[in-house]
Design a protein around this ligand. Structure first.
Ligand code: 13P
Length: 248
């Protein structure tokens, strides 16, 4: 049985007060739940607070990004020494907003992937196609390229330390969620690649893009969907709790 992961990507949202309120309201929800993992990714300024507030609560705090260096003259960046000092357990790499808004190259993403693994954090690796790529029939090639350019064939690390999030760009923040059939088809494809090429068939594969409490169950009922990476609907504890506690 693969672990089910419900991850919250807060992006550039939730200030200090909201962060404190979230952890107070979410409370011990994850403590006694077996087989499900709660991951929360606040923005950098609130990572330390989140790590402190989530102690003993069975929640992993993730950074939304990392610069692949320990420390040094990299203005505006946050490297491994700072993330370790905060106490994070996971890092998101390859999110479509970083690829498309900030122009992250395959090369930089690969460096970050390796860096996260060398630092023994859990890697949440995001992939997904644009609408134009889907409609022009490049869908499978795009996904393959995103995976192949990030991982080499001797996939290194502990399978417990890698999660893939399939997030079609057209579904992110649009309210247009992929149908369970569309998502399942891609998850099965990704799982096939991870099995055949990397011998990691069992890694959790999450779906992301307009997931809400009222559509999560249909997605989670699919054979190859192991969880969700959620933006907007994860910002408040009440909504995240519903996502986390969905009934499979
Ligand atoms: P939304 O849930 O707001 O569509 O965002 C998805 C996402 O990008 C999570 O990483």
């Amino acid at each position: 049985m693969r672990t089910s992961v419900i991850a919250a990507n807060w992006k550039m949202n939730n200030l200090y007060e909201e962060t404190v309120r979230f952890f107070k309201e979410f409370g011990d929800t994850a403590v006694n739940v077996d087989g499900k993992e709660a991951i929360i990714a606040p923005a950098f300024p609130y990572l330390r607070t989140a790590c402190e507030l989530s102690k003993g609560k069975n929640i992993i705090i993730a950074a939304q990004d990392v610069y692949p260096a320990e420390k040094g003259a990299f203005t505006g960046m946050v490297g491994s020494e700072m993330l370790k000092d905060c106490g994070v357990g996971a890092v998101i790499v390859g999110h479509s907003e970083r690829r498309h808004i900030f122009g992250e190259s395959f090369e930089l993403i690969r460096k970050k992937v390796t860096f996260v693994q060398n630092n023994d954090w859990k890697l949440i690796f995001c992939i997904g196609e644009t609408l134009q790529e889907r409609e022009s029939g490049q869908l499978y090639e795009v996904i393959k390229e995103q995976i192949y350019t990030a991982f080499d064939e001797n996939l290194w690390c502990d399978p417990d330390k890698v999660v893939i999030a399939y997030e079609p760009v057209w579904a992110i923040g649009t309210g247009v969620v992929a149908t369970p059939e569309q998502a399942q088809e891609m998850h099965a494809f990704i799982r096939k690649i991870m099995g055949k090429r990397y011998d990691r068939e069992n890694i959790p594969i999450l779906y992301g893009g307009s997931v809400k409490p009222d559509n999560i169950k249909g997605l989670m009922d699919c054979e190859d969907i192991d969880g969700a990476l959620v933006g907007g609907a994860s910002l408040e504890a009440d909504s995240y709790k519903k996502l986390f506690m969905y009934d499979r």
